[in-house]
Design a protein around this ligand. Structure first.
Ligand code: NDP
Length: 246
């Protein structure tokens, strides 16, 4: 029996990148998985097909994290569709970088709505729906702790907010055996941050391992935190950054 047999999970932003890798890994470990997407309907359905090919249930739900009502309501939609909810992965996020003087109010609102408010609202909804022993795992960023150059004010601020949320959730939900943890990836090769992009070389050089990570390497850590093996880990921030912070 796999470690997540009988469990169900919701992964926000599961159509591409790390979210897709996490959804597939949780399914591989035995979970039924719902994912959200906004634009990538075909990509989301491909992920669902791969989940179903593993013999698990897969569901794609369109839910824009920028929409406050959709961001919270999707947790109930997933729990209703899957019959229960054990694991919430707050993965959907956007990266808006640039000099502070050039970032518009619309940029500030969009990044905070998606990277912070949606995570709060989904976690709030999950607090009401998660089974005993449930999991809330959010995807932050190594930039919450170490910003290696200019242009990161808005993004780093948004990801740093998840640190306080995660610790407070751990305190609030611990009584029910529910853990809340934050994964901090370093540079990971996805559409958001391609390993052959214009800033890739300098990012690789900032890591101890001298390379980008893969979405699967982040998914491995998420799968561990979702498993019963990690039941005594909560309120933690776990780096998967190739030594970016070393
Ligand atoms: P990608 O841009 O490759 O994928 C983003 C995913 O999120 C897609 O599935 C996309 O769906 C979805 N998404 C985007 N906007 C929304 C929205 N408003 N509502 C719901 N879903 C949305 O990103 P990554 O996989 O690289 O990033 C995943 C997470 O990891 C993010 O939180 C990011 O900030 C964080 N991160 C990334 C790093 C990196 O180097 N790549 C480093 C550190 C952290 P769709 O295609 O349908 O729009």
């Amino acid at each position: 029996m796999s470690s997540l047999t009988g469990r169900t999970a919701l992964v926000t932003g599961g159509s591409r990148g790390m979210g897709a890798a996490i959804a597939l890994r949780l399914a591989q470990d035995g979970a039924d998985v719902a994912i959200t997407y906004v634009h990538g309907e075909d990509a989301a359905h491909e992920v669902v097909q791969k989940i179903e090919a593993m013999g698990r249930r897969g569901i794609a739900l369109r839910a824009d994290a920028a929409d406050a009502s959709a961001a919270g309501a999707v947790v109930g939609r997933a729990a209703d569709a899957l019959g229960r909810l054990d694991i919430l992965i707050n993965n959907a996020g956007v990266g808006v970088l640039g000099p502070i003087g050039l970032l518009a109010l619309t940029d500030v609102d969009r990044v905070l709505d998606i990277n912070v408010r949606a995570v709060y609202l989904a976690s709030q909804a999950a607090a009401g729906r998660l089974e005993r022993g449930g999991r809330i795992i959010s995807i932050g960023s190594c930039m919450a702790h170490r910003v290696p150059g200019p242009g990161g004010t808005l993004y780093a601020m948004s990801k740093a907010a998840l640190s306080g949320l995660t610790k407070a959730l751990a305190r609030e939900l611990g009584e029910r055996g529910i853990t809340a943890n934050l994964v901090l990836p370093g540079p990971i090769d996805t559409d958001m941050n391609p390993a052959d992009g214009p800033y890739a070389q300098s990012q690789s050089e900032l890591t101890a391992l001298g390379r980008f990570g893969t979405a699967d390497e982040v998914a491995s850590m998420v799968a561990y935190l979702a498993s019963d093996d990690a039941r005594y880990t909560t309120g933690a921030e776990v780096l998967v950054d190739g030594g970016h912070a070393a």
